[in-house]
Unconditional design. Sequence first.
Length: 170
Amino acid sequence: MKRAWILVAGIVYAVPLGVFVAGGLDALPCQTTAHPRESADEAVEILRVIDGDTILVDRDGYEDRVRILGIDSPEVARDGLPGERCADEATALTEMLTADADVVIVTDPSQLEPDPYGRTLAYVEADGQDVSGALLSAGLVEVYESAPEIARDADYEELAAEAELPDRER
């Protein structure tokens, strides 16, 4: 039984490696996805709000984690660690804004590749409202200092400067 698993594992790793060596990176099936990395608007279904700046969406039948572009939300409690101040409020507002809404993700031309955690980087609009802007206006999140500069950065900086900061320290 153990030998069978080793054989299966060898095949699983050897075949893609052989395809790569023989045909180059373009021959790998992972390069032909249903969702190319180009700037676009896409209607999605919200499956779950993970925290204030991360959501799980359905993109034409497959699940995708989306990191909401332009903001940095306080971390929620996980792995036995307490949550940061206003994390629950930021998560609740993201849930409220996206619940039963027509949600569209909008990519930024400067952020077309997934982040180091494999998440799609995109603006999120719920019934036409910019979720990042709403969270910034509420003072529950901060502007995420990203490079290269995103298209909405100046707007977000202005919203953050005008926001009333309830209980969150900057």
